[in-house]
Design a protein around this ligand. Sequence first.
Ligand code: FES
Length: 573
Amino acid sequence: MDKKYYLRSSEWFGKDDKMGFVHRSWMRNQGHPDHMFRGRPVIGICNTWSDLTPCNGHLREFAEIVKRGVYEAGGFPLEFPVMSLGETIMKPTTMLWRNLASMDVEETIRANPLDGIVLLTGCDKTTPSTLMGAASVNLPTIVVPGGPMLNGKFRGKEIGSGTATWQLSEGLKAGTVSTKDLLEAEVCSARSAGHCMTMGTASTMATMVEALGLTLPGASAIPAVDSRKKVMAHLSGNRIVEMVKEGLRMSDILTREAFENAIKINSAVGGSTNLIIHMIAIARRIGVNLELDDFDRLGSDMPLLLNLMPAGEFLMEDFYYAGGLPVIIDQLKNQIHSKAITVNGKGICENSKDTPCYNRDVIATLDKPLKEKAGIAVLKGNLCEKGAVIKPSATSGELLKHRGRAVVFETIEDYHARIDDPDLDIDETCIMVLKGVGPVGYPGMPEVGNMDLPEKLIRKGIKDMVRISDGRMSGTAYGTVVLHVSPESSIGGNLALVQNGDMIELDVHKRSLNLEVSEEELQKRREAWTPPEPVADRGYVKMFVQHVEQAENGCDFDFLKGGSGSEVSREPH
Ligand code: FES
């Protein structure tokens, strides 16, 4: 064994005693030759492939390609499955299991003879869950983002996954889209392997990992089916072996500077509000102090440089052809921490230096951005004492300062039952308020915050209204939507006390969200308020609601903050 670097796998495979026999012997039934067990970095390929996670359906093939790269570099690759979360399939919401999946990843890595980790990710929650788990072990780790689908094409036009769903469903209500149109669009928006090709949450997460320095440069925008994605997977397999030899751990890369870079870069690409929750959770695992206000302070003045749906016109495939994320990073070189180290051992700006842009319609310049200010605004006020967020660049703009009468939906079922009732007392100046969709209340904080408008108003041509909830919103969605209200209604936050007819004032410029009800009256309502019945009396969901933290703390479990390292001293036999 090369003495220059320590291999924790040698604690399993490197001993010539009874336990060395046990650890090696059964592995040999897979046909691994003797030299694989001696002095080679063992690389765990953490695979979120699943037939039930269509966005990650190609990752089995990718694992084989990563293995080629690992073998070539002198490592010993071992692939393992982890809980995979399919955004479009799982009910009631994948967010309910993000923390569970992260525990699977963490414990599997720690319990096994692994020296370095390759995370194969794709769909929305598979990226943060694997990162959170890996961060709590803190081995050398590289991410291979699975890549977006090819552009959707519908009747000669681009169609963006997710974004088109919201547009078509509004069209259906307005009577401008037929069921036949909807069914035809269904296949047109999912033409190839890969994740959503809008700047939704999956693309935001892939961009985030590249911005954090956890992928090889340029990895995030490459379409899933482009052969260059496979090259990237192969090279990542090469590189993780080197990272083990260099002792380059996650904590060397995931510094405060890296998180600050990712916040700024996320603003410039028009990324999803979901980034906030996931990035805070990842930061807390690795021991970096990141707060909700950081996202506004660092990101809200950043210009929008990327013209992708839902904020713009293009899709991820166009982004890749235009040059990808290194073009944006290069343009931001004076605004970010240029020396933040990345998985290849180089600074983030060294990697992206002078990257040419091949399409200025897709990636704008700093001199002429698509919007002067693109980041996420953090609101405070008596309706959200611990905070709420809004993405101004995804709104129509006119409603960023608005005072309106509350129309309250106590639960998501209440909303569905009444929203299209012709007798519902609502007009376009009202503010829609949805309770019971927070981390504890739903449970799991689903992406229902971008409530569809009432059919009668859509038919009148109304496109946007102020909507407020303690839930989240798909990164592919849009509108004047206030999200992540904390404390949530189900634990007695003031959102629980809003009644039909109350006046609410939103002023995004002043970062305020207030219920115009006196503290005296609120106190009366508080005393009369009773918490909802528990959503579960057993199992994981019971544990979830007992331990999940609020949005400003990343919705992680209170007992998962931080890490437990990689050491395991005791043997099983
Ligand atoms: Fe999987 Fe959008 S549903 S990435």
